[in-house]
Ligand binder design. Structure first.
Ligand SMILES: [Zn+2]
Length: 109
């Protein structure tokens, strides 16, 4: 990864993400597509959510961008990838839509 890719990510976000370079890459890509990072370790999530371990984030924005982001991330063997209109994945396998993720894409590694 080049240093220029970090320029769109605030220092706050970088320090709150522990999921490693895949998560950082995913976040950078989300921003490239025009999505906003709506949640990293903050906010309300299910108990034991990867959010609390700094391994997940949510991205929201234009529907087309969320669809594109989902389909790109579905090829990266994500630990969790949820976007109800497109489906859901756990540990790289399709599990179908899980509900509650109609307005944002959830990604965890
Ligand atoms: Zn989430």
């Amino acid at each position: 990864m080049t240093t220029t890719e970090f320029e769109t990510i605030s220092v706050d976000l970088l320090t709150s993400v522990a999921g490693g370079s895949q998560l950082s890459d995913g976040m950078a890509r989300a921003k490239q597509l025009g999505l906003h990072i709506t949640s990293t370790t903050g906010g309300k999530h299910a108990a034991h959510s990867y959010h609390y371990q700094g391994r997940a984030f949510d991205a929201a924005g234009p529907r087309g961008a969320m669809r594109e982001f989902y389909s790109e991330m579905s090829r990266t063997n994500p630990t969790e990838l949820f976007y109800d209109p497109m489906g859901g994945m756990k540990h790289g396998r399709n599990i179908g839509a899980i509900g509650g993720h109609g307005t944002h894409v959830h990604l965890a590694y």
